[in-house]
Design a protein around this ligand. Structure first.
Ligand code: FES
Length: 108
């Protein structure tokens, strides 16, 4: 297996309804994961990018959360229609999508 150029982690954490931290599971993260997998398949990019479902990464209130390495770029509030933009601009052109970045204070 070739080393991926970028690794995309999609939070698929769920919590019980009413939990104080909420979760990406309440915000349709499953369809975000499916869309990333669909885009990889449709564009035949299996050898370049890896997509992995993961548990909570921290910014639950800003979910669905998506983390891209090696840059360590965290996206929040990702919608299904944003996934193609992340592919076009970040994964393929190395330009993180500024409008989807989580609050800068998250990494402080
Ligand atoms: S539940 Fe997704 S970042 Fe916490």
């Amino acid at each position: 297996m070739p080393k991926p150029e970028k690794h995309v982690f999609v939070c698929t954490q769920s919590r019980p309804m009413g939990h104080p931290r909420s979760s990406c599971g309440e915000k349709k993260c499953a369809e975000i994961m499916e869309e990333f997998l669909w885009q990889v398949q449709q564009r035949e990019l299996f050898n370049r990018f890896q997509v992995t479902a993961t548990g909570c990464m921290g910014p639950c209130s800003e979910g669905p959360s998506v983390l891209v390495y090696p840059e360590g770029v965290m996206y929040g509030g990702v919608k299904k229609e944003d996934v193609a933009t992340i592919f076009d601009e970040h994964l393929l052109e190395d330009k993180p999508v500024e409008s989807l970045l989580v609050d800068k204070e998250f990494w402080s």
